[in-house]
Write a protein that binds this ligand. Structure first.
Ligand code: ATP
Ligand code: MG
Length: 504
């Protein structure tokens, strides 16, 4: 295999059902360089990288490595040329071990599955990059950050010179993201090439040497990162300024919507991960839970929304006891849920967009006529969602999996918010959204608050929490370290509370 020194994509075009996902795109990168790829949801970033990785064939255009034209007809071929990709949504097989997953598609594999050898190589690579990976664990037991690392190790073990990372940090904690960046810098120093897709402008500025901006399938800007800042990048991307801080109006909130009383919940390993948490949220209030993920937030949310058993304690909505009721019953009591792993739990990817637009709501009167579903009403509703939530899709008659990652997120958010739930539980609602969509979503949450809704916001993004929430709880090892008002002077200590070294 020849080491990649330069790689060029020349005049790449790709059309999907009338949508120009890529138009005449030229892109180049050389060894020791980290290139950022930026653009709104649906701009064509993933498509372009899927072409480079051999998953899609371009309608026209070609790829050159070290000045020579290369056919890239399949991922096997592109891996052979030294290209590795970590996808936007993980593709690991959940009930296989780490080693088995890496062995799948391992190019240098002997005829028989050389278990010991693969495990040793994994450990060796992990050590080199300071990754803590146990090859014998099954994938479902791992956090998103751990899965991310396995995807990277998998690509590197296949000898990737060029590593493509499609939104690698949207599911990582900020600490994990910093670790990842350290590794990327190390790879860069060793002469690797990296292409990084991210919606987080700070990250692009921090780690990339150059940035290319896509809009509606075309390149609309290119710059050395040292010559740009957050504002100029946002302008390049969406053609207008972005408000990075939105103001919230003060609101009286006295009417209780949810009361959580001394709740204990177990995790997957059957130990208590929520250990006696109590709080309440009122109408016209956004209540935030801050904390490093993995401290019980997910299990708490699942218990509230009926996806996990409550071991002891009580949860009421508008005075009705919903403890251990079914998810559907809780939903019908007025609890909307935007789950953390939306693509896995929020949609049925093979169904049409209009089906997903009413998932869980199909039994509502407004969507049925006698014994049948009223497809004209459903389609109208889906169309309205697309317009209201600015979901970019060719039409409502496509399979949902064909939407770009961010647009799937917007569809789910739109579906849950448009129901005007008494309590909206939103876990990391801006994961995967571009800056414009993030701004829009935050305004929607504030609108819900103004219209009398209660919102539970779980996020690791402190900026988001500070901006939106009226009160903030900090969760550590299954307990609240304190609940602060958003203007409390103690807010400065939130970092200490998140690390468990301060309890109020
Ligand atoms: N397999 C497909 N079939 C039909 N349309 C597709 C397919 N893949 C992508 N598209 C369309 O191509 C356009 C570009 O999508 P792409 O996934 O490349 O966007 P993206 O820039 O990665 O966005 P995001 O930030 O949301 O991930 C979108 O309009 C999308 O709906
Ligand atoms: Mg994408």
């Amino acid at each position: 295999m020849v080491k990649i020194k330069t790689l060029e994509m020349i005049k790449i075009n790709k059309l999907f059902q009338g949508v120009k996902a890529n138009s005449d795109i030229n892109l180049s990168i050389r060894e020791g360089e980290i290139l950022g790829l930026l653009g709104e949801n649906g701009a064509g970033k993933t498509t372009l990288m899927n072409i480079l990785y051999g998953l899609y064939r371009p309608d026209s255009g070609h790829i050159r490595i070290n000045g020579k034209d290369i056919e890239m007809n399949s991922p096997v071929e592109s891996r052979r040329h030294g290209i590795g990709m970590v996808h936007q949504h993980f593709m690991l097989v959940q009930n296989h071990t780490v080693a088995e997953n890496i062995a799948l598609g391992y190019e240098n594999s002997a005829a028989l599955y050389p278990q010991r050898k693969i495990k040793e190589t994994i450990v060796e690579f992990s050590r080199q990059f300071n990754f803590d990976i146990d090859p014998t664990k099954e994938v479902w037991q791992l956090s998103a950050g751990e899965q991310q690392r396995i995807e990277i190790i998998k690509a590197l073990m296949n000898g990737a010179d060029l590593l493509i990372l499609d939104e690698p940090t949207s599911v990582l904690t900020s600490h994990e993201a910093q670790d990842l960046f350290k590794n990327l810098r190390e790879l860069k120093n060793q002469g690797h090439l990296v292409i990084l897709i991210s919606h987080k402008l700070e990250e692009i500025l921090d780690i990339c040497d150059r940035v290319t901006v896509l809009q509606k399938g075309r390149i609309v800007g290119e710059a050395q990162t040292k010559d740009v800042d957050k504002n100029s990048l946002a302008r390049m991307m969406i053609g207008r300024d972005i408000i990075f801080r939105i103001e919230k109006e003060p609101m009286e909130s006295t009417q209780k919507v949810i009361e959580v009383d001394n709740v204990i919940v177990q995790g997957d390993k059957e130990i208590d991960v929520v250990r006696g948490v109590s709080f309440e949220i009122y109408r016209n209030e956004i209540f935030g839970i801050a904390g490093v993920s993995g401290n019980g937030q997910r299990e708490l949310v699942e218990a509230i929304t009926g996806l996990r058993r409550v071991e002891s304690g009580k949860i009421t909505i508008d005075g009705t006891d919903i403890t251990n009721e079914s998810a559907r019953c809780i939903y019908n009591c007025g609890v909307g849920h935007v789950p953390e792993e939306r693509i896995k739990f929020g949609i049925a990817p093979g169904l049409y967009l209009y089906d997903n637009a009413i998932l869980k709501q199909h039994h509502r009167k407004k969507f049925s006529s006698k014994f049948f579903l009223a497809y004209n009403k459903i389609k109208q509703h889906a169309q309205n969602l697309l317009t209201d939530f600015k979901v970019l899709a060719p039409s409502i008659n496509v399979q949902t999996k064909n939407l770009s990652g961010g647009n799937i997120q917007k569809l789910i958010l739109g579906r849950e918010i448009s129901e005007n739930p008494a309590l909206l539980v939103a876990s990391h609602p801006t994961y995967g959204l571009d800056v414009g969509a993030t701004e829009y979503l935050r305004k929607q949450l504030l609108r819900r608050r103004r219209d009398g809704g209660a919102v539970l916001l779980v996020s690791e993004d402190l900026e988001e929490i500070f901006e939106l929430c009226d009160r903030i709880a900090v969760m550590f090892r299954g307990e609240f370290m304190g609940v602060l008002k958003s203007d409390a002077p103690e807010l400065k200590d939130i970092g200490l509370m998140m690390a468990g070294s301060l309890q109020l």
